[in-house]
Design a protein around this ligand. Structure first.
Ligand SMILES: Nc1ncnc2c1ncn2[C@@H]1O[C@H](COP(=O)(O)OP(=O)(O)OP(=O)(O)O)[C@@H](O)[C@H]1O
Ligand SMILES: [Mg+2]
Length: 268
């Protein structure tokens, strides 16, 4: 499978009068797992929305394999790049099976034409997210975590070379969080799918990402390997939090322990 090159070139983007991202440059490492971290309202979702064309930059451009995405036909883009937004809204009353099948729309021709490949993609997406038992249920009657897994199934059914996921583990209990991250890692390793995800859990981000990006106030504060990025200085600069970094006993990756007001850095 070919590796896609997605890059933001000098983008300035925002809402109304205000610029959130200013002259931001960001190249997505092809075939890798990238995690974006940063404080609330620093512009993570705005960046993902701009990278996936939901938001048009005021200046600069987003390039996919040498083409400006804002000039690409919608379906062509959606066959290559899938987006899971932070708070997606399902049409009222839609069933799980119907919602997940919408992931196949970019693959339909002008005159429709459902194929076996579509059925297989949906079945695989439902199975891998363990939502197959929910297929006939209405999406708006599901728990937050079940619903989140259904959205992930939809974006998996799209079968794109690149996935942008805005907080894919929100609402999930810890075992489902690990399961979703393992599943995304499988996709990356087996199909070479490029993954970019926003995560709030710094330790899971450091554990699962090849490339870690910390944003601060609309800018990329630091990017690199988890070892380079998850440091006490970064946590202080980006989250205004004192912490200690230890080694995750399972993966050997850096692991952040917050200190908080009731302990001090010298407490053991
Ligand atoms: N549709 C919108 N209209 C106006 N302002 C917006 C809109 N969406 C976001 N903003 C503002 O843009 C800034 C960045 O928001 P963004 O959603 O990118 O943050 P974020 O880093 O994803 O935060 P969070 O961790 O809370 O999801 C915030 O100040 C927010 O209030
Ligand atoms: Mg967000």
């Amino acid at each position: 499978m070919s590796k896609l090159r997605l890059a933001a070139e000098d983008i300035t983007a925002g809402y109304g009068e205000s610029d959130i991202l200013e002259k931001l440059n960001f190249e997505v490492p092809a075939g890798k797992v990238t995690a974006i971290v940063g404080a609330n309202a620093c512009g993570k979702s705005t960046l993902l929305r701009t990278l996936s064309r939901l938001l048009t930059p005021r200046s600069g451009r987003v390039m996919l394999d040498g083409k400006a995405i804002h000039k690409m036909p919608t379906k062509a883009l959606a066959r290559r790049l899938g987006l899971l937004p932070q708070s997606p809204l399902a049409p009222e009353g839609i069933t799980v099976a119907d919602l997940v099948s919408r992931g196949r729309h970019p693959h339909q021709g002008t005159f429709g034409g459902w194929t076996k490949a579509d059925d297989e993609a949906i079945a695989t997406a439902l199975e891998t997210t363990k939502t197959d038992t929910l297929a006939d249920r209405a999406v708006d009657e599901l728990s937050g975590g079940q619903r989140q897994r259904v959205w992930i199934a939809m974006v998996l059914a799209q079968q794109t070379d690149m996935l942008l996921l805005d907080e894919p583990t929100t609402f999930l209990d810890i075992s489902h969080q690990v399961e979703v991250l393992d599943l995304l890692t499988d996709l990356n390793r087996k199909n070479n799918t490029t993954i970019v995800m926003v995560l709030h859990d710094l330790n899971l981000a450091a554990r699962y990402a090849d490339h870690l990006v910390a944003m601060r106030a609309g800018k990329l504060h630091i990017a690199g390997s988890p070892e380079e990025v998850l440091t006490e200085a970064m946590v202080r600069d980006v989250f205004a939090l004192e912490s200690r970094i230890i080694s995750d006993p399972v993966s050997g990756r850096p692991m952040m322990v917050p200190i908080g007001r009731h302990y001090s850095n010298s407490d053991r």
